[in-house]
Design a protein around this ligand. Structure first.
Ligand SMILES: [Zn+2]
Length: 114
């Protein structure tokens, strides 16, 4: 018996995956095409300044460091002007995050260029 969710194999008398709480299937589930990538993210920059953010992004891009900007969606949403400038005050700072393995490089990059 196989769990259709996590793919674990169980002895036939078990009917439900103890981890996923789903009924087991007799067939093994197809292997996912891509293993979900687990990346530990580290915040390297917190800013409300979109200019600073743009510079930081271009620096990271130039070095080929992948990043994630948390809170950027909100900023764009409220920054479009339709709600009025006052709403920008409600938007928190943007966090720029990179994978832990790139954190040192990213920090060095951002600090030397400040
Ligand atoms: Zn499972």
């Amino acid at each position: 018996m196989f769990c259709p969710k996590c793919g674990d194999e169980f002895v036939p008398r078990i009917r439900e995956c103890p981890d996923c709480r789903v009924p087991l299937a007799t067939e093994a589930p197809p292997k996912p095409k891509f293993e979900p990538e687990f990346v530990e993210l580290v915040t390297v920059l917190v800013t409300r300044d979109t200019g600073e953010l743009l510079i930081a992004k271009s620096l990271l891009e130039a070095e080929g460091i992948r990043y994630l900007a948390k809170g950027e969606g909100l900023q764009n949403l409220f920054g479009c002007g339709s709600l009025g400038a006052g709403y920008n005050l409600l938007v928190g700072p943007i966090q720029l995050q990179v994978a832990a393995k790139d954190a040192d490089d990213a920090k060095a990059l951002l600090c030397t260029n400040k």
